[in-house]
Design a protein around this ligand. Structure first.
Ligand code: G1P
Length: 289
């Protein structure tokens, strides 16, 4: 079976970020930093590591800081050069010209709608979707692990993780089939099932490798859970027609769409850093004493 390589990734970044107000009143939630890099930067770096060549951002009003972040910062570069400072960190955040595209999702109609907005740039080839507020820490990164499995299996692949039973109503939930190590066959998908009705606690985490057919399905996809056009509902239509697997990634996920998860991510990343880790650890130990 010839499997087409994944070259493009869609980053839906049009969401309002109301859970982080007032921090996100004038700043995109994807620009919230974990220590010193914005969430969206970690997601883009993860995509680059996985071999993605084109980044497609589905943005909305008030999100221009994301475009600036991946652009050249002339003023900073000029001033820092004049002061003899290294430009390495700035340069790492520049995306190759032509390797980035932005489309506007004019109304927040849901994740499925956001992906559909990118249809002309995605074209007729497999693509990845990364939700930046699922902050994934692993070696190799989550998307790389998925791409490696996808190259063997083809079809559609989602990141899957067991969540506590009382949280399944916040996720896309999988009806699991055969399990083989980290891989689970996906037999069904339901978006945000009401409490007590979830088919399992194996849930969809915000990393996807999808075949272009999902976009055809999205064209006519009606509203689902929460009155939004759901990617999960469109993916469910492909089950049976194309291979569909969930990969339980080896690593840690932090839900940075949630305040506790976001603070946890900052603590974990800070403690793991060679530069600030020791002093943060000393502080935390002292604080907890
Ligand atoms: C989205 C998806 C959901 C998935 C979740 C993972 O939901 O719709 O299927 O489980 O991301 O984070 P959201 O968190 O945007 O409500």
């Amino acid at each position: 079976m010839a499997v087409n390589r994944v070259r493009k990734a869609v980053f839906p970044v049009g969401g309002l970020g109301t859970r982080f107000l007032p921090a996100t009143k004038a700043m995109p939630k994807e620009m919230l930093p974990v220590v010193d890099r914005p969430l969206i930067q970690y997601a883009v770096d993860e995509a680059i590591e996985a071999g993605i060549e084109q980044m497609i951002f589905v943005t909305g009003r008030g999100k221009s800081a994301i475009e600036d972040h991946f652009d050249i910062a002339y003023e900073l570069e000029t001033t820092m050069t004049a002061r003899g400072k290294s430009l390495d960190l700035l340069r790492q955040t520049r995306l190759t010209p032509g390797a980035v595209a932005y489309v506007r999702q004019q109304e927040p109609l849901g994740l499925g709608h956001a992906v559909w907005c990118a249809r002309d740039i995605v074209g007729d080839e497999p693509f990845a979707v990364l939700l930046a507020d699922d902050f994934m820490v692993g070696t190799p990164g989550c998307l790389k692990q998925m791409v490696d499995a996808y190259m063997q299996l083809g079809g559609n692949m989602i990141c899957a993780q067991e969540v506590p039973d009382d949280q399944t109503h916040m996720y896309g939930v999988i009806t699991p089939g055969v399990r083989d190590g980290a891989l689970t066959e996906v037999k069904g998908l339901v978006e945000k099932p009401p409490r007590g009705t979830a088919p399992s606690n194996l849930s969809v985490i915000g990393r996807y490798i999808l075949q272009p057919e999902v976009i055809r399905v999205l064209e006519t996809q009606g509203k689902g859970a929460g009155g939004e056009i759901q990617l999960t509902d469109a993916m469910a239509q492909l089950i049976g027609d194309q291979p569909f697997h969930g990969l339980t990634f080896a690593g840690t996920r932090y839900d940075c769409g949630d305040k506790t998860g976001y603070v946890n991510a900052n603590i974990a990343v800070a403690l793991a850093r060679a530069d600030i880790g020791p002093s943060v650890r000393a502080f935390v130990v002292d604080l907890l004493r």
